[in-house]
Design a protein around this ligand. Structure first.
Ligand SMILES: Cc1cc2nc3c(=O)[nH]c(=O)nc-3n(C[C@H](O)[C@H](O)[C@H](O)COP(=O)(O)OP(=O)(O)OC[C@H]3O[C@@H](n4cnc5c(N)ncnc54)[C@H](O)[C@@H]3O)c2cc1C
Length: 611
């Protein structure tokens, strides 16, 4: 077995040149850093943070990946014990100060642009998704307390989370309530002592227990006794594993009742939890009663972008592994030189292998640029000084979030499968890593709202909200990219194809919205996943057209801001991937639009009993 051929030791995880290019040419970082909120940062501090994350990812997280995958956490006497290496990794991760990095100074944060934070964390996720997971969950929990908790809760529970002393969870899912959070049954009984008594069962709670820190804080959805049925009766509670009493931490009656035996993300435990089996589980209401779902929704855009980034990172590490393997694995001879005496060539010499590599590249890099761009919109929506710019960025963030979450998850899975395929039979063995990343990747289309839910959210709500204002803002952004591409001398037919595609989305959305307005909501969203696929294909074509423009500018020596530290081959590959996406993927949109428009009803008319 050619074990030495694995490129693991040298895998870059994420291409440094891409990160630099995104900072220089896509994000317009200089302008972003001029905003008062980001005033203490400059390009150098951003580069330093990214470099620290990169070094940690390459030197410590990635080398521990296989061990964490092979030996998942264990449940021993009701306690979850994680892999011993996780202790050092967790300490190193918290030292980076990333948990609170994008948050305001007032809560101990560094006011770092989310766009920079995303690029830094991409390395950590690509190096070891599970290890990073503890931090991502903690950030989400602390952010909820920051946004909606009162001063007492913030001091008691948010502060240690942001410092990384404790970790946090999002405890939403119950056995009977997954996609449908309206059916949450965990109860909270008011006591008159400032807290509620919580009872119920949660499942799949990631990071729900471990032996890394003294405490775990569960941001828990529950129903206050007498609350209305459905979403409008769900409240948010802070339920620590151990509560603070007289300055000490005491057990808060949250028991681990089971460990999920996961196929991926195996370094991070996901658990079944029971609250209040002894009648002594205290929860503190966060914000107002019955607003839990609304609060979660307000945090959702950033959480979904982070899931999209998980997916990009997981596809990226596998792509780099596949490229390295394809360069050294020899097999067969070129079609034009079949001389059996000639030495075999590297498989990258076969056009079909290059097809697989280029497809992975298009998905990975198109996804990374999209996530960075959407993170920038989040920065502008929160911190631009011009109200009009804040509003426009907010619209773009809103309409692009389902794409940023689901495109990398769905197509990333395909990219991960291609990485296995490039490795041939070796890829199908656990001696090589691509199969592990394929397992990791699958989760990203399931958690934080499945792809089906993202599709309904995009078409049923976001694309048609405020008279299509988000769509109009998106069309303007793409038009600007087309203008840049035209000036840079990008192939005119690529630009025309993208312009036409934007028109297709506009007409189709109006038509489908018309069905909804006419009272036929089911007909409107019957092909919502095809609509999401169409929409995503166009959005990624936009990323590639802009990358093609940048490549043309670079090759002509006229990059507006670039540092010109990349070679010509780097840009030629960008042009090849842009051509690939625009010529082979973009034409699919007419078929997808026809499915949405014609209401093809193979499954709509299907009785499940027939199956
Ligand atoms: C490894 C792992 C970690 C997780 N971590 C957490 C965590 O930390 N905290 C937490 O709260 N949860 C967590 N989850 C739970 C996760 O969020 C849920 O699994 C997810 O929301 C889907 O719910 P479900 O599994 O009950 O599937 P279901 O809701 O039963 O969905 C099954 C299928 O039906 C489809 N479907 C369901 N409803 C609809 C609908 N209305 N329209 C169209 N299609 C529909 C879905 O798209 C899906 O394909 C985790 C899950 C896993 C597997």
């Amino acid at each position: 077995m050619p074990g030495a051929m694995t490129a693991a030791a040298t895998n870059p995880l994420i291409d440094d040149r891409d990160v630099e290019l995104i900072l220089d040419e896509v994000l317009d970082l200089g302008r972003l850093l001029e905003l008062p909120y980001f005033a203490e940062h400059d390009r150098e501090t951003c580069d330093m943070l990214i470099a620290s994350a990169r070094d940690l990812a390459r030197d410590q997280l990635f080398p521990a990946y296989r061990a964490l995958d092979a030996e998942p956490p264990r449940l021993v006497d009701g306690r979850v014990l994680v892999h011993p290496r996780m202790r050092t990794l967790y300490a190193r991760l918290t030292e980076l100060g990333l948990v609170a990095a994008p948050r305001p100074h007032a809560v101990g944060g560094a006011q770092l642009p989310l766009a920079v934070f995303s690029l830094a964390t991409a390395y950590l996720m690509a190096g070891n998704l599970s290890a990073y997971g503890y931090l991502g969950l903690t950030q989400g929990a602390a952010h909820l307390l920051e946004a909606f908790g009162d001063d007492t809760l913030r001091a008691a529970y948010m502060a240690p989370l942001y410092r990384g002393e404790w970790t946090g969870t999002m405890a939403l899912t119950e056995p009977q309530a997954g996609s449908s959070l309206a059916d949450i049954a965990t109860t909270a009984e008011p006591t008159g002592d400032g807290h509620h008594l919580v009872r119920g069962a949660k499942i799949f709670i990631s990071g729900g227990d471990h032996d890394l820190t003294d405490n775990v804080v569960h941001m828990t959805l529950a129903r206050i006794r007498g609350a209305p049925a459905g979403m409008k009766g769900v409240s948010l509670f802070c339920v620590p594993k151990r509560r603070l009493e007289g300055g000490a931490l005491v057990d808060n009656d949250v028991a681990v009742t089971g460990l999920i035996h996961k196929i991926g993300w195996r370094g991070l435990p996901s658990l079944a939890l029971a609250y209040g089996e002894r009648g002594d589980c205290r929860g503190w209401l966060v914000g107002e009663p019955h607003q839990g779902i609304r609060y979660m929704f307000q945090m959702m855009n950033e959480a979904r972008i982070m899931v999209g980034l998980n997916a990009v990172a997981t596809a990226s590490v596998a792509y780099h592994e596949a490229v390295a393997y394809a360069r050294v694995r020899t097999q067969g001879r070129p079609l034009t030189a079949r001389d059996p005496a000639a030495p075999p060539i590297a498989i990258a010499g076969h056009p079909d292998v290059r097809r697989m590599l280029l497809r992975q590249k298009a998905i990975v890099e198109g996804g990374l640029v999209l996530i960075a761009r959407v993170s920038r919109y989040a920065d502008l929506a929160g911190h631009a000084t011009d109200p009009a710019e804040r509003e426009r960025a907010g619209l773009l963030l809103d309409i692009l979030t389902p794409v940023a979450k689901s495109f990398p998850a769905e197509r990333g899975f395909e990219a991960n499968a291609l990485a296995v395929q490039v490795h041939g039979g070796y890829g199908y063995s656990s001696e090589y890593l691509p199969e592990a990343w394929l397992r990791d990747q699958k989760l990203n289309s399931i958690h934080e709202g499945t792809t089906g839910i993202q599709a309904l959210d995009l078409l049923g709500r976001r694309a048609v909200a405020r008279g299509g204002a988000g769509l109009a803002a998106l069309a303007a952004e793409i038009a600007a990219a087309c203008t840049r591409a035209r000036a840079a001398g990008v192939d005119a037919s690529w630009i025309a194809a993208l312009e036409r595609a934007v028109g297709v989305i506009g007409v189709l959305t109006a038509e489908l919205a018309g069905r909804g307005l006419a009272g036929s909501a089911e007909a409107m969203v019957l092909h919502a996943t095809d609509y999401l696929d169409l929409f995503s294909t166009v959005v990624i074509a936009w990323q590639w057209l802009e990358l093609a423009a940048i490549a043309r500018e670079a090759l002509a020596g006229s990059l507006p801001r670039g540092r010109a530290s990349r070679d010509a081959g780097y840009y030629r590959a960008k042009l090849a991937a842009a051509q690939y996406w625009i010529r082979t993927e973009l034409p699919r949109i007419d078929h997808l639009a026809a499915l949405c428009r014609d209401g093809e009803d193979s499954y709509a008319g299907l009785d499940p009993d027939w199956l």
